[in-house]
Design a protein. Structure first.
Length: 207
């Protein structure tokens, strides 16, 4: 009697916990004026002050993001007719720095005129080696599971027929709001990042 052939599908996952080595501080300037030009000029001056302040702090990259200007509209309570009463301009400043300097950069930006913030995000400058380790763990788990099932069901594994890699990374964020500058730098304690990978393997079987 000939051996019967079939397939066995297994999934393996791997997770690596690692402390972030880079912080991205997100600051924003928001100004208002009677005209669009007035609001834009005010935002430009305030943003320039913020850029100079954060650039003077330890960093490895300062950029601007999300420049915009929009009308401020009110509605007549009787007629509900809209009326433009001014303009609001905004500009974002993003600073890449080491985690230990994040609070210092944040405070410098707020003191210089940043009046909005979406907080800070944390990441790795190079997550490649950690992702590779996570993938190795995922493959090992999948193969171990396949061997266990094969032994329990008395079948023989002939080798992988198909492999599907589904790498993913989870970024954890620390959020804060713009506060008045204090004598003590804003404390920043990020959580570890989770670098994860998943692999699906389909083995040929004989039994």
């Amino acid at each position: 009697m000939k051996d019967k052939h079939g397939t066995l599908r297994v999934t393996g996952t791997g997770d690596i916990k690692v402390a972030p080595d880079e912080a991205v501080v997100h600051l924003r300037v928001l100004t208002e004026g009677k005209t669009a030009a007035e609001a834009v000029v005010s935002a430009a001056n305030q943003t320039d002050a913020v850029l100079k302040a954060v650039s003077a702090q330890p960093n490895h990259g300062v950029t601007t993001t999300g420049l915009g200007v929009n009308p401020i509209v009110t509605y007549d309570p009787k007629t509900n007719i809209p009326k433009i009463v001014g303009f609001r301009a905004s500009n974002g400043v993003q600073v890449r720095t080491k985690v230990g300097y994040a609070g210092q950069v944040f405070d410098a930006g707020v003191k210089a005129g940043a009046n909005q913030s979406s907080g800070m995000s944390f990441r790795l400058q190079d997550e490649t080696p950690f992702r590779e380790d996570a993938l190795r763990m995922a493959v090992k788990q999948a193969c171990d599971e396949a061997r266990l099932v094969a032994k329990a069901t008395d079948i023989e594994l002939e080798g992988p027929e198909a492999i599907e890699i589904d790498p993913r990374a989870e970024q954890r964020y620390f959020r804060t709001q713009a506060l008045e500058a204090k004598s003590v730098a804003t404390p920043v304690i990020p959580e570890d990042l989770t670098i994860a990978a998943s692999v699906k393997i389909m083995f040929r079987t004989k039994g």
